[in-house]
Design a protein around this ligand. Structure first.
Ligand code: ZN
Length: 266
């Protein structure tokens, strides 16, 4: 089965809340007014894709234009997205370097969403979740490692010192396996890390270090913590709620959902 039981339950609840409760189609997915696919179903299909790709919900409605981050890094990501086909053909990716809160995850998720919109399987995971999924007793079929292996755009976040320092041979070995298994086979990695540029490639064994240097562009993000905005908006978000129905009507999500629908019909 494509989904784990937990994901399946989450998706069923999402469908119940978005589609079953819809006044335009009464849960059928066909808009009674025009006999076309109801927008609730179009939105659900897209949100289901984002869920399967494990893109964190807080990034679903965030477009690249809206991301407040280092301007040069943002331009580079925009160029990367325009040339995604070439990037995939060659296994070209990026390492986004910078302290917490500068926009690394936002940029990674923007690339992931654009991949999904082009029908390219993408998967987001933190390094910790990836390693946890490789421990004995974990759900192998639906775990992060299996999903990352099946994806062509892998968003590997929080690759921090603890996993690459001397002595963490097991962790480093698993990360190396993922990179070695992916990059030569036209998988693009977008890595988010608070490590310094020198620390990244050097932390890996020689063959992986050369793979990383040869395929992943090191992009330094500068700037202050941009999450202060979240701190200010917390109360507004608490009061307005983040309901699925509201999310499905969000302009960015609705536009992406239509693009995704059109891609599916090609
Ligand atoms: Zn509907």
């Amino acid at each position: 089965m494509k989904y784990s039981e937990e994901e399946f339950a989450r998706l069923k609840e999402m469908r119940d809340r978005l589609v079953s409760a819809c006044k335009f189609c009464g849960g059928s997915g066909v808009d009674r007014r025009n006999e076309e696919d109801c927008r609730c179903m179009v939105a659900f299909d897209w949100l289901r894709e984002l869920t399967h790709a494990n893109i964190p919900r807080e990034y679903w409605a965030l477009s690249l234009e809206e991301i407040e981050t280092d301007a040069a890094a943002k331009r580079l990501v925009a160029t990367y997205i325009e040339n995604m086909r070439n990037a995939l053909d060659q296994g070209l990716g990026m390492v986004l370097l910078g302290p917490l809160g500068v926009g690394k995850t936002s940029l990674m998720c923007a690339v992931g969403k654009e991949a999904l919109l082009r029908g390219v399987p993408a998967y987001y995971t933190t390094t910790q979740a990836l390693l946890d999924s490789l421990k004995p007793g974990a759900d192998e079929e639906h775990g992060a490692a299996a999903r990352a292996k099946a994806a062509r755009v892998v968003l590997l976040d929080e690759l921090d010192k603890v996993y690459l320092k001397a002595g963490s041979d097991w962790a480093r070995g698993r990360i190396e396996e993922l990179l070695r298994g992916g990059i030569p086979h036209h998988t693009a990695f977008l890595i988010g890390t608070n490590l310094e540029e020198e620390g990244i490639a050097e932390s890996f064994g020689a063959s992986v270090a050369s793979l990383v240097r040869g395929h992943l562009k090191m992009v330094n993000l500068s700037g202050a913590d941009r999450r202060d905005g979240m701190q200010r908006d917390w109360l507004a978000r608490l009061k307005t709620g983040g309901s699925l129905a509201r999310l499905a009507r969000n302009k960015v999500i609705a536009a992406d959902a239509r693009r995704f629908q059109l891609w599916g019909k090609r």
